[in-house]
Design a protein around this ligand. Structure first.
Ligand SMILES: [Zn+2]
Length: 79
């Protein structure tokens, strides 16, 4: 079955270390602005045990500059 390449909302317990190398992490804001998140940088900063949803309040949107309105999404790279 072909799957749409659509970002999926991160699960409530998903940790930074759970993101696989073939997945792309995005932060998507309520204003629909989205940005790719550099997982390696974030992992160095917060550690692999950091729960992604707990980091969301710290996300600040670059477009509307509001913090706490963005959420993490992952997109699986499939060939
Ligand atoms: Zn925004």
């Amino acid at each position: 079955m072909a799957r749409e390449r659509k970002p999926e909302r991160i699960g409530p317990g998903e940790k930074l270390g759970d993101i696989m190398s073939w997945e792309i992490l995005f932060a998507i804001c309520k204003c629909e602005h989205y940005a790719e998140v550099n997982i390696r940088t974030l992992r160095l900063k917060c550690g692999g045990d950091a729960v992604l949803r707990r980091l969301e309040p710290k996300l600040r949107c670059k477009k509307c500059s509001e913090a706490g309105k963005s959420g993490f999404f992952v997109m699986k790279m499939r060939r």
